[in-house]
Design a protein around this ligand. Structure first.
Ligand SMILES: NC(=O)c1ccc[n+]([C@@H]2O[C@H](COP(=O)([O-])OP(=O)(O)OC[C@H]3O[C@@H](n4cnc5c(N)ncnc54)[C@H](OP(=O)(O)O)[C@@H]3O)[C@@H](O)[C@H]2O)c1
Length: 348
């Protein structure tokens, strides 16, 4: 390890699909990705909700973590680095450079307890990288201000469209232009379900198929009722339009009320139904909505399939600009986290 690339001491909260993939890429699969040579993680803690936690100030062995915390079971009681610290205590007490937060969003709890962990870490002068929509959806302005005061970064590239460079592009490649309006298709479960409804499935059948294909959660209501899309457009509105919109403030209609007759009517008019997110600046602030819309077949939004996404940005100086993402995998999500980590690592 060169002095130009010092180690990054990482506290990781959440060790599910994304957490495991990030650690796997940075350890056992590292030799496959020469672009990651600047990253030298030292894992000082790995925490889950129900499967225990590991902590070691000198650094955990990632191969041991991957084995000791398999997806389906918890840390063995006998593990030498098993800890009884709570996540809140770890965030406040452990010595780390970056909180990598990969737990889950709770709409009912308005993004808590994660918003508090992120606030505490930033307040302690620690960077935060998260793939969770909650912090930026519920508290972007406050958390960014806290980060600025502490001279650290609050990064969340994977929170919308996985590793597709939405926030990095706006931050680095759209300098001088002002984003005025955002629209997108950002939820894969609803996209898949609407396609299956077009093909004649019932809503229940389509949801069961989406679950079998791995898109939909066991409880798909967050997707079907538009909450996931509302959280994503809230993040986009807050970050790209400087809004103060929380998910419950997004005007929201999900797809549970869509009937076969709605699908036929759209088709007869040369359209497809899609769950579209929209946000725009107004004279008094920013408005955001999520609702099914009839999209003409020749519109790029009508061509988004499966787990793909699309985002359209209207700016004052150029555009419109479209970002599309096809068939993302966990590597795409992990890449957004790695990209954020690289931007915190020492320059080449
Ligand atoms: N999967 C994707 O493709 C994807 C794409 C973009 C963004 N994201 C976001 O990335 C985050 C992680 O996704 P994932 O697929 O890895 O989720 P996941 O497989 O459900 O894993 C979540 C992890 O967070 C832990 N956790 C949840 N609540 C916690 C709490 N209160 N305290 C401590 N740990 C807690 C869970 O603990 P247990 O192990 O005990 O359950 C689990 O280890 C989510 O916010 C998700 O929205 C995911």
């Amino acid at each position: 390890m060169s002095a130009a690339h010092p180690p990054l001491r990482i506290l990781m909260i959440g060790f599910g699909n994304v957490g495991r993939k990030v650690m796997e890429i940075l350890s056992v699969a590292r030799h496959r990705f020469p672009g990651l040579t600047r990253l030298h993680p030292v894992w000082v803690g790995v925490f889950t909700r129900s499967r225990g936690a590991l902590a070691r100030s000198a650094g955990l062995d990632p191969q041991d973590v991957l084995q000791s915390l398999p997806a389906e079971s918890g840390v063995p009681d006998s593990h030498p680095y098993r800890t009884t610290l709570t996540v809140a205590e770890a965030v406040q007490q452990l010595d780390y450079d970056i909180l990598v937060e990969l737990s889950v969003l709770s709409i009912e709890q308005r993004g808590e307890p994660v918003v508090t962990w992120v606030r505490e870490a930033l307040g302690r002068g620690r960077h935060v990288v998260t793939a969770n929509k909650g912090p930026a959806a519920f508290a972007h302005a406050e958390l960014s201000a806290t980060a600025n005061r502490a001279g650290v970064r609050f990064l969340f590239e994977s929170a919308v469209m996985d590793g597709a460079p939405v926030f990095n592009m706006a931050r680095h490649a759209l300098m001088g232009s002002r984003i005025l309006e955002i629209s997108g298709i950002l939820n894969s479960t609803t996209n898949y379900v609407l396609r299956r409804l077009e093909e004649g499935s019932s809503l229940a059948e389509a949801v069961a198929e989406a679950q079998a294909a791995g898109f939909a959660e066991a409880d798909p209501s967050l997707d079907l009722e538009g909450w996931d899309a509302a959280a994503k457009i809230a993040v986009l509105a807050n970050v790209l339009l400087e809004g103060r919109v929380t998910p419950p403030e997004v005007a929201r209609t999900g797809i549970t009320g869509i009937t076969p007759a709605d699908i036929r009517r759209a088709r007869d008019r040369g359209c497809r139904l899609k769950l579209v997110c929209r946000a725009r600046r107004t004279e008094t602030g920013v408005t955001a909505r999520v609702a099914p819309e009839e999209i003409p077949l020749d519109d790029p939004f009508a061509r988004v399939e499966g787990s793909g996404s699309i985002l359209r940005l209207e700016t004052d100086l150029m555009g419109p600009l479209l970002i599309t993402q096809e068939n993302p995998t966990l590597y795409d999500t992990a890449y957004g986290v790695l990209n954020d980590l690289l931007s915190l690592a020492a320059p080449v």
